[in-house]
Design a protein around this ligand. Structure first.
Ligand SMILES: O=C(O)CCC(=O)C(=O)O
Length: 410
């Protein structure tokens, strides 16, 4: 039997949360005013540290193949210990933005118009992208060419995939990076100190489009349709970013650093104790660029001037963020900035992050800072590396709160 919870959120959107009836009490309590409770910290665990076997707890959890959504469905009312983060980590840095800072919103309308107005429009857009990529590392895009209906459909099928019966979902569970489509909970579960309140289905398009039978039936058409549009946007952004760097329009395309994609579709169930855990730990992306679609729940924050700034959802907008690889090849001209997602009592939250990488056929091709950005006065800040090596290092350390890029500094 299924029950339904419905709650209104801003922008007049409504979110319907389907929960099995035995979990209704658990989830309903999440919607009650927050009851003041004694805050648990890692130090309050000290007494029972001797008995606690983290590796065993994680293994048991991973063996369920049901992720954090499975925990919630089983009726947990408290966040299990392996998902609890140190208070210092959650509050690092200690300040959330008190100023009215907003990630730049760039309107791409008319960027490719073939007339005098179009040329002026493009040059303004290029300047805005340059400013945002060097100061924020993030910007939101509207009028980017991906139909809003396709974006909404994608968010719906992400929720639908994760809300399928356990037996169906389990079939897709894998920790093997070579599997093209896989469902998992926390890629770094066995590496990180504390896990994230998030499940994921990932699609690897690095060797080209997937065959229809590679996809779960529930999302086959929508994911491939969304990717067709995003690939076009990727090509356009490759040109706009080249120009924003003062290079010829086809430069980034000619060095094949924005050639292939992977997409991770996240599902953040409502969390019973969001103050103890996090949706996604602070990290920067290993990619050249990420194009992110988020729903209306909120919780995504970017670290700007040592303050966490909310990236407020805008219906129809896509978020772009510079990845580590782009910062490396631009010798720090463009910034790959840390971001995180808070766990929330409301939800579920769905998002799709499309990570853009160098060409898969050149996984071992060496990239270093582009010559135009190095000189005697401004030497190379990074060693040469390949996307394979970079990702290998990135994965081996997990989302531990530290950036991977400094490891490649000269
Ligand atoms: O879910 C989000 O909004 C962000 C996800 C993210 O940062 C990532 O996949 O790298």
């Amino acid at each position: 039997m299924f029950g339904i919870l419905c709650h209104s959120l801003f922008n007049g959107h409504q979110s319907f949360k389907f929960v099995s009836s035995n979990n209704l009490t658990t989830l309903t309590s999440n919607y009650l005013p927050i009851i003041k409770k004694k805050k648990k910290t890692m130090s309050s665990f000290d007494d029972d540290d001797v008995q606690y076997d983290r590796a065993k707890e994680i293994k048991k959890f991973d063996d369920t193949k049901l992720g954090v959504k499975g925990l919630l469905d089983s009726g947990v009312m408290k966040v299990p210990r392996f998902l609890i983060h140190l208070e210092e980590t959650l509050q690092n840095p200690s300040s959330s933005s008190s100023l009215c800072l907003n990630v730049p919103v760039i309107d791409l309308k008319g960027y490719d118009d073939d007339n005098d107005d179009g040329i002026i429009r493009r040059s303004n857009i290029v300047s805005e992208i340059k400013e945002a990529s060097s100061k924020w590392g993030f910007f939101q895009m509207v009028n980017h060419g991906v139909p809003i209906s396709v974006m909404d459909e994608l968010l719906n099928v992400i929720r639908e995939f994760h809300e399928q019966p356990s037996e169906v979902k389990k079939e897709w569970y894998s920790r093997d990076h070579k599997v093209k489509v896989r469902f998992y909970c926390n890629g770094d579960l066995f590496v990180s100190k504390a896990a994230n309140w998030r499940d994921t289905i990932a699609f690897d398009f690095q060797d080209g489009p997937l065959k229809p039978q590679d996809y779960p039936l529930i999302c086959r058409n929508v994911v491939s349709k969304y990717m067709e549009h995003v690939s076009k946007l990727r090509e356009n952004l490759s040109e706009l970013l080249s120009e924003a760097l003062g290079l010829r329009r086809d430069y980034l395309s000619s060095i094949e650093c924005m050639k292939s994609e992977t997409m991770v579709c996240h599902y953040y169930p409502p969390c019973p104790e969001p103050e103890l855990t996090i949706g996604t730990s602070k990290h920067s992306d290993p990619s050249s660029l990420t194009i992110l679609l988020q729903d209306f729940i909120g919780g995504l924050q970017v670290l700007h001037q040592d303050q966490w700034v909310d990236i407020t959802p805008i219906h129809g907008a896509l978020v772009a963020n510079i990845g580590d690889f782009m910062q490396l090849i631009t010798n720090d001209k463009f910034k790959s900035v840390e971001h995180r997602v808070l766990a929330r009592r409301i939800g579920p939250r769905a998002s799709a992050a499309c990570h853009i990488y160098p060409s898969a056929t050149h996984r071992n091709k060496q990239y270093g800072p582009i010559e135009a950005f190095t000189s005697n006065q401004s030497p190379s800040k990074y060693k040469k590396t390949s996307s394979n090596e970079y990702l290998g290092y990135y994965r081996s350390k997990g989302l531990d709160g530290n950036k991977a890029l400094p490891y490649f500094r000269v």
